[in-house]
Design a protein around this ligand. Structure first.
Ligand code: NAP
Ligand code: GCO
Length: 267
């Protein structure tokens, strides 16, 4: 059968990208809009949401912006209901909202650990659980979980984040296992080290003007010889949100410039 490039189109689809007030989420939402989707996004506060709507609009993108704490099940259920009334049943969910706390494990409080697990793992469960019934009703759905290098690797100070992102990889596989029969595909995207506000502390110039040691370390570990940028995630996200990936399920697509494949430059 001749390949139809329209299989990459998101025309007529309703997408919810959580935490898309900036960074990776905003880039994915922009890509989905370019592919024809109707864009809904949420973030944690009104000011951030309003700034983001202005930014989308300045780029010619109409969006539906909402304030919703993804860790609060009642707020998420209300969000999904509102979107259904105002826009339509959600076809594509991207669980992107996330936080990180870089604290040595023995100095991290249990509450701080729980906060990271809550946003980075419990919230994707809550949001996925809220949208799956509508996807079953429509006969199709796409869930994309934004995982991480830390779904595969650990490093000092990110115990909560790695535990959450490792769990998110397995939640991805479980949603695939449980709802694949309903024509719902659940995959992950594992960004490498991407230049956003979340990683800004790892790229800060030193007092003497030199590059942050971690910045140099990451570039040395990346075959692409650079940090990723949010635009690097656009194509993979559209692919996993589109009909072009209807037989791809339970997979984590690493968009990392090759870090996971590479032992690292000889010192
Ligand atoms: P970011 O710039 O810190 O943005 C995080 C987003 O999540 C913001 O929109 C924030 O909303 C939202 N958010 C946080 N807590 C929330 C909550 N409780 N309810 C609703 N929204 C909430 O992060 P990023 O670098 O773009 O990362 C986005 C995702 O990619 C995260 O899951 C992160 O773990 C993952 N990731 C990032 C990298 C990287 O190198 N940057 C690599 C791999 C994976 P506000 O604007 O209201 O704060
Ligand atoms: C860190 C970074 C990473 C990135 C990303 C890598 O402190 O190691 O924040 O965790 O955010 O998750 O894929």
């Amino acid at each position: 059968m001749a390949f139809d490039m329209n299989s990459f189109s998101l025309q007529g689809k309703v997408a919810l990208v959580t935490g898309a007030s900036h960074g990776i989420g905003m880039a994915i939402a922009e890509a989905f809009a370019a592919a024809g989707a109707e864009i809904c996004f949420n973030c944690s506060n009104q000011a951030s949401m309003e700034r983001a709507v202005e930014k989308y609009n300045s780029n010619g993108i109409q969006v539906h912006g909402y304030v919703c704490d993804v860790t609060n099940e009642d707020q998420v259920d209300d969000l999904v209901s509102r979107i259904r009334e105002e826009v339509g049943i959600i076809d594509i969910l991207v669980n992107n909202a996330g936080i990180i706390k870089r604290i040595p494990m023995t100095e991290m409080s249990a509450e701080e650990f729980r906060q990271v697990i809550d946003v980075d793992l419990n919230a994707p469960f809550i949001c996925s659980k809220a949208v799956i019934p509508g996807m079953i009703e429509k006969g199709h759905g796409k869930i994309i979980n934004i995982c991480s290098m830390m779904s595969e690797l650990g490093r000092e100070t990110v115990s909560a984040y790695a535990a959450a992102k490792g769990g998110l990889k397995m939640l991805t596989r479980n949603i695939c296992s449980e709802y694949g029969k309903n024509n719902i595909q659940c995959n992950g995207i594992g960004p490498g080290y991407i230049a956003t506000s979340q990683t800004a502390p790892l790229r800060e110039r030193q007092p003497d003007g030199s590059r942050h040691p971690f910045d140099q370390f990451i570039v040395s570990k990346t075959p692409a010889d650079r940090w990723g940028i949010v635009d690097d995630l656009k194509g993979p996200a559209v692919f996993l949100a589109s009909d072009a990936s209807n037989f791809v399920n339970g997979h984590v697509l690493y968009v990392d410039g090759g870090i996971l494949a590479y032992i690292g430059k000889q010192p």
